[in-house]
Design a protein around this ligand. Structure first.
Ligand code: PHE
Length: 340
């Protein structure tokens, strides 16, 4: 009896109806007056008393199973006997496809490109692997300059020297070699320095440098352009100040601070309680650099500047550790996704 029950379970399990008439056949075969179930119940009388309890339980289970299967079959067809199409469950959670996002440094860089684009600066690019001429010599770096040291620069080859560019000023040289003044452009890109990685320094970072060469370009033009830039990037009432500095390729040279965008100049830990934060280096292009590129320095003058993008992003997003930009931690990076 047990084996018969098991065999019937297997049969019922395998049953699949393609049309409502087959469900009716199923009912007659298993649940009908002369059906399988009734036969089994009739035979129950013959079961030995010691097996009755267990067999009875199995029989009842089988009955429920068959009844369920029949009910399921009945609801799967419409009045014409045609199978209902399974309706998709619209409340099911979807397989979520994550959207990509721009890196915060790219977001800032694109903004810088946009700000200068509005005053007529096109973008120019150059190689990240540079020769000595474009990265150092044409920019007036003397042979003994510390930047030419292995400690500061990643050299790929020596004699002749090939290195990972240490700034995008190399692209300024390439640009002046190709274009005659009046000229202006900005030079965004990756640069490399042999520095220990810390919260404030990294061996790889991003710059946007700028260059403008024409007749009668003055320091006042530089200052006004940078004021415009600072106010577009930060608040409209941002102040700037220029401190004398030194770069081999500009004369005079300066570093530019903006009034701290966090505390509005009142003093906080970002500006180290000075009210000012440094954001870029700049100056008037040294006449010998112009001459190196075949530009007559008696006729033309120019200004140049270089802005660190990570620094900019730290200030704009109020982040205190530069390493976060390079760790590719999605929990960090997701925070800068502009709302779609
Ligand atoms: N090249 C300089 C640097 O990387 C920045 C700079 C560019 C300064 C142009 C002055 C003029 O630090």
């Amino acid at each position: 009896m047990k084996e018969r029950i098991q065999q019937i379970i297997a049969e019922v399990e395998a049953f699949k109806a393609a049309h409502a008439t087959e469900v009716e056949d199923f009912r007659i075969r298993y649940l009908g007056k002369k059906g399988v179930l009734n036969d089994l119940f009739a035979d129950f009388k013959l079961v030995a008393p010691e097996h009755r309890k267990e067999t009875g339980r199995l029989l009842n289970e089988l009955k429920n199973y068959i009844q369920n299967k029949f009910d399921q079959g009945r609801t799967a067809f419409d009045t014409q006997g045609v199978a209902f199409k399974p309706t998709p469950d619209l409340t099911m959670p979807v397989d979520f496809q994550e959207l990509g996002a721009r890196h915060p440094v790219s977001l800032v860089m694109n903004r810088v490109i946009d700000v200068f684009g509005r005053i007529g600066f096109p973008v120019a690019e150059g190689p990240e692997i540079e020769d000595d001429w474009h990265n150092f010599s044409a920019l007036n770096f003397p042979p003994e300059h510390p930047a030419r040291d292995m400690q500061d620069t990643f050299f790929l080859e020596k004699n002749p020297d090939i290195a990972l560019r240490t700034h995008t000023s190399s692209v300024q040289i390439r640009y002046m070699e190709k274009h005659k003044p009046p000229l202006r452009a900005i030079f965004p890109g990756r640069v490399y320095r042999n520095e220990a990685i810390s919260a404030r320094a990294h061996c790889l970072f991003h710059q946007v440098e700028g260059l403008y060469v024409d007749k009668n370009v003055s320091f006042a033009d530089l200052k006004q352009t940078l004021l415009y830039f600072a106010r577009e990037m930060f608040d409209a009432d941002t102040k700037i100040r220029l401190r004398p500095s030194f770069f081999p390729f500009t004369e005079p040279s300066a570093e530019m601070d903006i009034s701290c965008n966090i505390c509005s100049g009142k003093g906080c830990n970002i500006c180290k309680y000075t009210g000012w934060v440094e954001i870029l280096g700049c100056g008037m292009v040294d006449p010998s650099v112009l001459e190196n590129c075949g530009i007559n320095s008696m006729e033309y003058t120019g200004y140049a500047f270089g802005i660190g993008m990570e620094r900019m992003a730290l200030l704009l997003y109020q982040i205190n550790d530069l390493r976060l930009f390079f760790e590719n931690d999605l929990r960090f990076l997701k925070q800068f996704t502009p709302a779609i």
